[in-house]
Design a protein around this ligand. Structure first.
Ligand code: AMP
Length: 375
């Protein structure tokens, strides 16, 4: 099987690393000449929009994405070349926060209060209805907290409007969550669905920093998350891996967004599960039976942001696995991650105690802080 992947970042790289043992070959389309997936296959340096015309994709058996902002029209056109999975509909829904929230509402998946904002008058009216604090977000092309402004008081309105005013926007009510979590599930072409245990996630500045699995939550919350993600997968007749990001509140789970692809909050599945999210995504895309999602104990993943720390300081920590994406250092960029795998919570805590001595103060405080249920 030859798989074409639109996007050649770390998600494509980890997909390929999991598909090569299954005998798969990979072609990546990415505008960046130094796209890090290139170590695992052939890189076609081009814009996504050019993808349907690229001869290098003609002999692919399947096409998938490592990036959710590939225009749905491009995926539609690529359908002439090979089956594109997941299909354009899921991308169209995920690419626009307004369409996404309306889809959640239609499926009875709880969402924060929200309103479409196309003008300053809309924004004032939305604030009157929704109240403050609230978050003003661009409807499209936002990721890792980019294209967002938190409005705590009316004084925040002018700077936020100056920054975001030219875009199509959505205002969302602020959710006072206890913590965030994410559920990753995979649906095969025969409609079979497998779920990974819920991840407890910690963000900082809009960027995912930590993920702990299984999330230490009540069984009802875990089964509710599964029910919600299964509803979404079935509605979209989805094929592949999808992650639903959720806020845990007094009123239950509230959906934030979904990603129609493999996801950072489930990177721990490489080392912590029998079958990783990456392999299961490829299995679904290629009509192969889905793999066992059972965990090997418990797992904690932490992202390396900006630059890789010195690996020698970490490799001696029991149960720790290292993932360097081979990317150039740049502030705010996800350049790698480490996963700690242990039989039980005390093993994770012992690993964390060793990690906090090696990481920067900010990461240490996230690991020991009130958002992380360890210790
Ligand atoms: P997003 O890009 O929408 O996933 O937002 C990035 C992060 O910002 C989330 O993981 C939350 O930590 C925070 N955030 C986004 N929307 C809200 C909201 N309506 N209420 C509270 N926090 C939010």
């Amino acid at each position: 099987m030859k798989i074409g992947i639109l996007g050649g970042g770390q998600l494509a790289r980890m997909m390929a690393a999991s598909g090569i043992p299954l005998g798969m070959e990979f072609v990546f389309v990415d505008p960046a000449e130094d796209a890090c997936a290139a170590a695992y296959g052939r890189l076609l340096t081009a814009d996504w929009a050019q993808a349907p015309t690229l001869d290098g994709l003609r002999d692919c058996d399947r096409i998938t994405c490592d990036f959710e902002n590939v225009p749905a029209e491009v995926l539609d056109a690529l359908g002439e070349v090979a089956p594109v999975r997941p299909g354009p509909d899921a991308f169209a829904a995920a690419q626009d926060r307004l369409t996404e929230k309306r889809l959640f509402q239609r499926l009875d998946i709880p969402v924060p209060p929200f309103a479409e904002v196309s003008s300053r008058a809309d924004l004032l009216a939305a604030i009157d209805t929704i109240g403050l604090p609230a978050v003003l977000k661009t409807r499209r092309f936002g990721y890792d907290g980019k294209g967002q402004a938190v409005l705590r008081s009316r004084e925040d309105l002018e700077p936020a409007w100056r920054d975001l005013g030219g875009h199509d926007l959505i205002l969302e009510g602020w959710i006072n969550f206890h913590h965030e979590c994410a559920i990753t599930a995979v649906r095969g072409s025969d409609g079979a669905i497998v779920c990974y245990p819920l991840s407890w996630t910690v963000h900082d500045g809009g960027i995912l920093r930590l993920a702990l699995a299984p999330a230490p939550v009540a069984r009802e919350m875990e089964s509710r998350a599964r029910e919600l993600v299964e509803r979404l997968l079935s509605e979209l007749e989805y094929i592949g891996c999808l992650t639903l990001e959720l806020f845990a509140t007094d009123q239950g789970l509230v959906a934030n967004e979904f990603a129609p692809r493999v996801h950072n909050s489930a990177h721990w599945t490489i080392d912590g599960s029998i079958t990783s999210q990456f392999e299961n995504h490829l299995r679904a895309v290629c009509n192969l039976p889905l793999g066992d999602t059972t965990m090997r104990g418990q797992a904690l993943m932490l992202n390396w942001i900006g630059q890789m720390p010195s690996m020698a300081e970490f490799l001696g920590i029991a149960g720790l696995r290292w993932h360097d994406y081979g990317k150039r250092a740049r502030p705010g960029r996800k350049v790698g991650h480490a996963t700690l795998v242990a039989e039980d919570r005390s093993g994770i805590e012992a690993g964390v105690a060793a990690i906090v001595d090696q990481v920067d103060a900010q990461t240490a405080s996230l690991l020991k802080g009130e958002m992380m249920p360890l210790g």
